[in-house]
Design a protein around this ligand. Structure first.
Ligand code: SF4
Length: 231
């Protein structure tokens, strides 16, 4: 991706919104619109557990960093990881050096989520972008991370494979393009809208039809002008 100013970096948490609905992401991250509902409130409460900054808690061969700032200059993205575990490397295992700690350590990101594992790869994509940031920051390849779901209170392991990495980078590229355009994708009502926290502000049924009608009128007008010219 092209070099860009740090002011133009994306918030990495936005990729979960973008993967769910491009318009939802743009309303939050371009238009700065936000509306709490029960789902997002519960999500925030779960995050509070992880957002109690405690960098470097050590338990034997494990170091736990909470609310860890992340950045990728290559991808133009920044954010915060809920938890990053650093596991002490054994033998020839590649790992990252950590200031004031001996040896090498393998980063392992963990993202906290409300509810339980769901359809779609929104959460996995967010974890993947965190991983890409950690890889750039520590110069080490990271093969996996985990999602912790509040409803089932357990971790789900996530492979950070090539397909997930490519998908994440493609979506980040699109998000940068939308930011550069300064436009918000039009509303399109479907079943996702029923569980969307921005439904009231988005008004997808009304705005979707209105936009479709506007486009139809515009295209008819353009087609008409062309016929007039060709006549
Ligand atoms: S209401 Fe529907 S179209 Fe609007 S932001 Fe939410 S999911 Fe997207």
């Amino acid at each position: 991706m092209a070099d860009r100013h740090e002011d133009d970096y994306l918030m990495l948490s936005g990729i979960q919104h973008y993967a769910f609905c491009k318009r939802q992401w743009a309303l939050i991250h371009i238009e700065q619109y936000w509306s709490d509902n029960v789902l997002t409130f519960e999500g925030q409460r779960l995050h509070e557990k992880a957002d109690n900054p405690c960098i470097g808690e050590k338990r034997g061969d494990l170091i736990i960093a909470r609310s860890m700032p992340l950045v990728s200059h290559r991808l133009g993205v920044y954010g915060v990881a809920d938890v990053v575990e650093f596991h002490r490397c054994t033998g020839e295992e590649p790992g990252a050096a950590i200031p004031a700690r001996r040896g090498l350590w393998r980063p392992y990101p963990i993202e906290y989520k409300r509810g339980k594992p769901k359809k779609g790869a929104h959460d996995e994509l967010q974890l993947c972008v965190q991983t890409l940031c950690l890889e750039e920051m520590f110069g080490v390849q990271i093969e996996e991370g985990a999602l912790f779901y509040g409803e089932i209170e357990r971790r789900t392991r996530v492979d950070i494979d090539t397909s997930l990495r490519n998908q994440a980078e493609t979506l980040l590229g699109e998000m940068h393009d939308w930011i550069a355009l300064g436009r918000t994708p039009v509303a399109s009502y479907d079943k996702r809208c029923e569980r969307c926290s921005l439904y009231e502000g988005c008004q997808p049924k009304m705005l979707g039809k209105r936009t479709a009608g506007y486009l139809e009128n515009y295209l008819t007008l353009v087609a008409g002008s062309k016929e007039d010219r060709d006549a």
